[in-house]
Design a protein around this ligand. Structure first.
Ligand code: OAD
Length: 255
């Protein structure tokens, strides 16, 4: 029987019985909320050079310029609302006994949709970190009253709490993600291009460990090739449709 099932039916079946589920998200999941992605025709990296705005060197050279760019992006994030795909990811957390969201997004939309079991591997645009005393703090001012931002404790120069180009991931967060993926049943990769190596590495690890992979994206990538099921389309449409199917009782009526 199972060999005749198509990948969609198989994925729905897996999603119905899974206990331990991980979701890996990238910029694409927030696109329908009005937040630009990084790559692609209207991507941020088309108009801005990452090394001039998202690197430790850029910040040393001109902290004001870097903060202005983040201030502008914070303005976009503040206006955005979670979309139906964020809603499904939050519902997955409520549904599965063991769940972890691994997001590259810094916009905070997953938390606003209700996710709590989450690692933000690239940081968070609403947090800053002091370059002098290391104190990490929340700041939700939009627009910022003073640029560059200073530490609320020691008044030292603060930087966005973001993992920039050339910087390492937080070891603790990464190891939490890797440990969770060791015995995961099902992994969704959503709206990530596969141009950054970490999500691909994580998805590969999960697949090696026996997980079933579902990729959701309008464009194919190394992640869609790796996945058992590729849901090609917008996350805000594909994910709710898929989730709806997993919520339906099994098709066949009992005799
Ligand atoms: P990218 O901008 O590289 O890719 C966005 C992906 O989202 C692409 O694969 C698009 O096809 C897909 N996409 C677009 N609209 C979508 C939609 N409605 N639904 C689903 N998918 C959609 O973003 P990431 O892969 O997240 O890092 O890039 C990772 C990192 O690169 C970012 O976190 C950022 C950047 O450099 C830092 O700033 C540290």
């Amino acid at each position: 029987m199972s060999e005749t099932r198509n990948p969609l039916d198989l994925a729905v079946e897996r999603a119905k019985i899974a206990r331990r589920v991980a979701v890996i998200t990238g910029a694409g999941i927030s696109h329908e909320s009005g937040i630009p992605t990084f790559r692609g025709p209207d991507g941020l990296w088309k108009n801005f050079r990452p090394e001039e705005l998202a690197s430790p060197e850029a910040f040393r050279r001109d902290p004001g310029l870097v903060w202005e760019w983040y201030d502008w992006r914070r303005g976009i994030c503040a206006k955005a609302e979670p979309n139906p795909a964020h809603g499904v990811v939050a519902e997955m957390e409520r549904t599965y006994p063991e769940f972890l969201l691994i997001t590259q997004n810094v916009d905070g939309l997953h938390a606003r949709a209700g996710n709590r079991k989450m690692v933000e591997i690239h940081g968070n645009i609403w947090q800053a970190r002091c370059t002098v005393c290391g104190h990490r703090f929340e700041n939700h001012q939009v627009p910022l009253e003073t640029i560059p931002l200073h530490c609320e404790k020691c008044d030292g120069l603060a930087r966005p709490h973001i993992v920039w180009f050339g910087e390492s991931y937080d070891e603790e967060q990464l190891s939490r993600a890797l440990t969770f993926l060791e015995s995961v049943d099902l992994v969704f990769t959503i709206g990530t291009s596969g141009m950054v190596s970490m999500p691909v590495f994580l998805a590969e690890r999960a697949r090696e460990e026996g997980a079933f992979l579902v990729d959701v994206n309008p464009s194919s990538s190394s992640l869609s090739s790796l996945a058992h099921l590729f849901l090609q389309g917008k996350a805000g449409e594909e994910l709710p449709r898929f989730w709806q199917r997993t919520r339906e009782p099994n098709g066949r009526k009992q005799d």
